[in-house]
Design a protein around this ligand. Structure first.
Ligand code: FAD
Length: 482
């Protein structure tokens, strides 16, 4: 009894400290003293487990003894809105809705099918809230949307970081390279992954509050918890989005699928990750968790906890934790701390100098965006990676590096290369529009790297060419698969 009370006190200090490092005040406005509830606007953390915004919202709701409303919405207007992303998100929302019912939480999902549909559901909900919590996320237009909303809202809006394992607020500036952020993350990791016992809010949602929320949302709420996959497909088909980028039937969205994927990885792959991770023809050589991480359908802290608890080969454990913490959080650190993070102008001075020196170097090949998108270049390996991206929404990391680097050789300017890479990645990849998308592509342009000699077109940027890929993986098998 005493032990568990002490444990609880420790745990609650831990939660408070983590929340301080994870919270960004978006508008400095007052709390609505007469607000009827606390509102959590779920934007990018599509789960109820290990969700810091939800934890913060429950703590506030308990402190002021008011209920908690969780609201998630989906618009047709986000960048690259497509059947692929919509299906994955709706499948995720179904899991969240079912989980909310099991936990006794009030969660609602609102789908705006067309631009002209009611845009003000969130504003109306916020007008009756004491305070609004939302997710901190630097890319996919989420930050801009949050700040526009925070300006309109009359109560305080707080954005909470649930995306990084070690709170992003720990780092005050953009880190220079993986080697500079790695030891800092390692020093804080054990504390950051400490499990937290989540408790439901003390104050239930009364019938009066339910009726009020119902009136504020009008009839836009989708009965997502009971929808079948066919219902979801039908719903998606009615939305004004890009239907040419189709859903990927083999990749189910949602926290349930994410947990099964993690379990499969822990059981069958983790122990060999260090040796299998670069074999692009092996579909199970890596975790395939990036889309779930992107949509917040699984937490990176849980992944790291479970990987460390598995106690497999040290090399594999170290290699995997390095990818999911160091490299992933370096990308978030970059996007959170760098103005105009996805532009050439944001790159370090040595890269801009080398680009200025080599921008007029003759290019043997030039491919426009359409040709790249069709995967119709002279390079069969590049085309295979592009086909994998278009058909499955995921690309193995090794060919993805080659895919990104090679485009530098085929475009007139580095600006054109960057713009084409962001377009192709974000349009088709289920893990696209992420800080990792920006990080991966900017790395191809030299970010976090050092100068590597001085070659035509590459200048000092580290070269990587598809012709040498045979030394790394079974290129023929990869091309045959894609
Ligand atoms: C040009 C280019 C574009 C990229 N675009 C994206 C993107 O849009 N979204 C995305 O999540 N990743 C992107 N990456 C990084 C990497 O390719 C993917 O994270 C990885 O292939 C996902 O597969 P996995 O989940 O099986 O990875 P695993 O090897 O199982 O790794 C586990 C997790 O660690 C993180 N991770 C792994 N490799 C990297 C890396 N190199 N950089 C940062 N984090 C990493 C990811 O979150 C990944 O899910 C890109 C890399 C490049 C070179």
């Amino acid at each position: 009894m005493i032990a568990s009370a002490t444990q609880h006190a420790l745990s609650s200090d831990h939660v408070r400290d983590q929340l301080v490092a994870r919270t960004v005040d978006c508008n400095g406005k007052r709390y609505h003293a007469d607000g009827q509830y606390v509102l959590y606007w779920m934007q990018t953390t599509h789960r109820l487990d290990d969700n810091w915004a939800l934890r913060a919202a429950i703590r506030t709701a308990d402190r002021i003894n008011r209920p908690l409303i969780i609201h998630q919405g989906l618009d047709p207007t986000y960048p690259y809105a497509s059947a692929r992303h919509h299906t994955f998100i709706l499948q995720g929302a179904r899991d969240t809705a079912r989980d909310a019912i099991a936990r006794g939480l009030f969660y609602q999902f609102v789908l705006r099918r067309a631009r002209d549909d009611d845009r003000r559901v969130l504003d109306r909900l916020a007008s009756r809230a004491y305070l609004v919590f939302t997710d901190l996320f630097p890319t996919a237009g989420v930050h801009e949307r949050t700040m526009r909303f925070a300006q309109r809202a009359s109560c305080r809006v707080l954005a909470i970081d649930s995306v990084c394992t070690v709170p992003s607020g720990t780092f005050e500036r953009a880190e220079y390279a993986a080697r500079t952020i790695r030891p800092k993350i390692a020093a804080l990791l054990a504390n950051a992954i400490e499990p937290v016992d989540d408790v439901p809010p003390q104050c239930g949602v009364s019938d009066a509050v339910r009726a009020m929320v119902h009136e504020l949302t009008q009839s836009a709420v989708l009965p997502i918890a009971t929808m079948t996959n066919d219902d979801i497909t039908r719903e998606v088909s009615r939305c004004a989005i890009d239907h040419d980028v189709r859903a990927v039937p083999d990749v189910a969205g949602g926290s349930v699928a994410a947990q099964s994927q993690l379990a499969r990885f822990l059981q069958h792959t983790l122990s060999e990750y260090a040796t299998r991770r670069n074999e692009a023809s092996d579909p199970f050589g890596t975790s395939n968790l990036s889309a779930y991480l992107h949509y917040g359908q699984i937490s990176s802290a849980q992944i790291v906890r479970d990987v460390l608890a598995a106690r497999v080969s040290t090399d594999s454990e170290t290699a995997f934790v390095n990818q999911v913490t160091t490299w992933r959080e370096l990308s978030f650190n970059w996007c959170l701390r760098t103005p105009h993070f996805d532009t050439i102008e944001a790159l370090p001075a040595w890269i801009q100098r080398t680009m200025a020196e080599h921008v007029n170097d003759p290019r043997e090949w030039h491919y426009d965006r359409d040709t790249l998108e069709r995967g119709d270049t002279h390079d069969v390996l590049w085309n295979a990676a592009q086909r994998q991206l278009v058909s499955s929404g995921l690309v193995h990391n090794y060919p993805r590096m080659l895919w990104g680097k090679t485009v530098l050789l085929w475009t007139s300017t580095y600006h054109e290369a960057l713009s084409n890479l962001l377009y192709l990645n974000d349009k088709y990849a289920l893990d696209g529009r992420d800080a990792n998308s920006v990080g991966g592509i900017m790395w191809c342009l030299g970010l976090w790297d050092r100068p590597w000699g001085n070659k035509p077109i590459w200048g000092g940027i580290r070269p990587m060419v598809t012709s040498r890929a045979k030394m790394k993986f079974d290129v023929a098998a990869y091309i045959a698969q894609n």
